[in-house]
Design a binder for this molecule. Sequence first.
Ligand code: B12
Ligand code: SF4
Length: 444
Amino acid sequence: MTNTDIIVIALPAGDMPFVFPMGTIDLVQRLGRPVRGYYVDELSDEVIRAARLAVIPVHWFYSLQPAIDISRRLRRINPGIKIISGGFTAGAYPDDLLGRSEIDFIVRGDAEVPFVRLVSAILDMGKIDEIPNLNWQGGSTPLDYQIDETTLAESNNRDVSWFPSFERAALATQKLRDVSFIYPWIVVARGCSFDCEQCFASRASQQYLAGRGMICRPPEAVKEDLRYWSRRSDIRWCHFNSDFHATMKDEWAEAVLDESYDLTAYYECYRTPDIQFAQAMIDSYEQVVFGMFYRPDAQCAHAAGSHSDTDYDKLFDVVRHCRDRARILLYITPQLVAGNPGYYNGTRRLIAAGRLEIKNYDESIIPPIAEQNDKERQRGFEHLLHESVAAQERLARQHGLLAFAMLKFRPLYRLLWKASIARVGLKMLLTQFTHHGFGRRAKR
Ligand code: B12
Ligand code: SF4
């Protein structure tokens, strides 16, 4: 085991085992210093003692309680360690999280520049109070840093060798011939052009959380990524962090799709795609899976992934068109799990995968993040914390063995994963349009 000054800790998130926020991978790359990543379960006291700095992304609300727990453990074992956090949830509730945990610093909003400066300041004894977008116990600096197009163009999540278990999990799921959400992600934009009120990425929320609107990555940078992943024989799938057809100008998609990529694309639609776009994707990729989420009402709430409108005629046209050409995963979601369950205190979601979760639902409790007053924000935070505890209890039951097998005994992991896919697949037959033989083709 190699001990390093900087450790990055992957906290349990929602029901996707091994998922890790892509933004953090990019931040590590920008640091340009030796870093080592660990899942919480594999973090030894020895590693903690040797570290000077721990980075804990609190991107999804599910990670809140695990972040509090791990920060206390870090402090107990290594009282001098500095702990940095950031990500959507940490940035939305910085003082609440600092007050509950042993975290020293939270980077709000875009972290590209502040995070790198903060790490240098901590390790090289620099000044901290001139770094923008920071909160710490008893202090903060203004949200003055916003990412620009050039910096976004440099996003890079190609190298994950610094986090061996994640890399192993990512490459293993790539081999499993089904949508693996773990890696790699193609960053096409930051923020969103829509304004769905519960979403942390809506225009209003991003203005509040990051102080900017949507920023698009230049098509050439995205194409460079796609060419790179196409050349990698161990990578079959890629995913996009935004529906660029729904959120950006047509020219953007045309520029990216004017070339062929040796990859299967998983593409989550924010709105029903039109046939021309679906066909352009099909022409550009080896295979395409479109994920579409439908709600009975037109207001979208991004959470379980995505959110499409309710233009069913358009949907049926595109489904008919794609039938033999691509695969469509159709999720029917009476209510989605919102990013802010303080607002959506629970959820009723019926996912095509066959899982039906029904909880109490009360949407009147807390307004969207950008409109919350102090009291509501506090309540929102408490709700999220509560949800994160409940999720961890559920996850411990569901994924304990899977996580153990992944980290310690790969053949068992493969068996379990395939069994769970087979189970989900069977249920999906009820609601999903399938395409036989999909995913079987080898890379050219
Ligand atoms: C792509 C995506 C996913 C991908 C994740 C890919 C990945 N590995 O990261 C998938 C589909 C897997 C996913 C899943 C989920 N997602 Co999602 N997802 C998104 C989406 C569309 C884009 C995120 C993105 O662009 N990331 C790219 C990075 C580079 O940018 P960024 O996220 O803005 O990160 C910047 C800052 O936040 C910060 N930062 C991020 N991490 C860190 C870490 C540190 C240490 C620091 C300092 C800073 C920092 O710095 C970054 C660079 O400036 C957003 C909505 C949106 N349009 O933004 C929702 C969003 C992030 N997802 C959300 C949710 C709720 C979920 C789920 C929990 C849904 C569910 N119910 O299951 C799951 C969580 C996973 C799980 N179940 O375990 C919420 C999060 C809100 C919240 N408070 O939790 C969002 C905001 C949508 C919403 N409803 O509001 N998601
Ligand atoms: S729910 Fe989806 S479409 Fe709506 S603002 Fe959020 S990311 Fe954009």
